[in-house]
Design a protein around this ligand. Structure first.
Ligand SMILES: [Zn+2]
Length: 159
């Protein structure tokens, strides 16, 4: 998923206005910010296979640190824990952690079965919506628009 992840940030901002939108975007996109870092470090692997899906030619062959469910739960706890250390607000810290976790759940909808549950020889999850360009666009754009609408209804301009 690409822009759909921002919908989570917009929705969380409406639910918890005290958290900055930037923090919520960072949390909901954290895994895709970590992924290229681990690629550059040689810890994760991707190959380019034109036609592997209708949306992206990326074949995610090995990304257990950024995108396995077990490690993602760790990233969620880490992000929520860091937020709690800085802000001392448990409810907001939980929201930040859940934004991180939401990324994996939304990716499951889009990806081919390539998302591991845990590092090592793990079953891989993915419903494969990226095999439909139209379906992917409908879901991504709908989520994004819904997030923007929820956010816009919950806030007012200061000037
Ligand atoms: Zn991702």
């Amino acid at each position: 998923m690409f822009i759909g992840h921002f919908a989570v940030g917009f929705g969380a901002k409406a639910a918890r206005p005290a958290i900055s939108l930037g923090t919520l975007f960072l949390a909901s996109q954290l895994l895709d910010l970590l992924w290229p870092t681990f690629l550059l470090l040689g810890l994760e692997e991707v190959s380019i296979q034109p036609g592997t899906t209708q949306v992206t030619p990326l074949d995610f062959t090995h990304y257990p640190i950024s995108h396995s469910l077990l490690v993602v739960m760790g990233w969620s706890l880490l992000a929520g824990g860091l937020y709690w250390l800085l802000r001392k607000n448990r409810a907001e810290a939980i929201v930040v952690g859940l934004c991180v976790l939401s990324h994996w759940l939304l990716d499951v909808i889009m990806h081919q079965p390539d998302l591991p549950l845990y590092p090592g020889d793990s079953p891989r999850m993915g419903l494969g919506l990226w095999n439909s360009l139209v379906g992917s666009m409908v879901v991504e754009v709908s989520l994004f628009v819904a997030g923007v609408v929820v956010y816009a209804r919950s806030t007012t301009a200061t000037d």
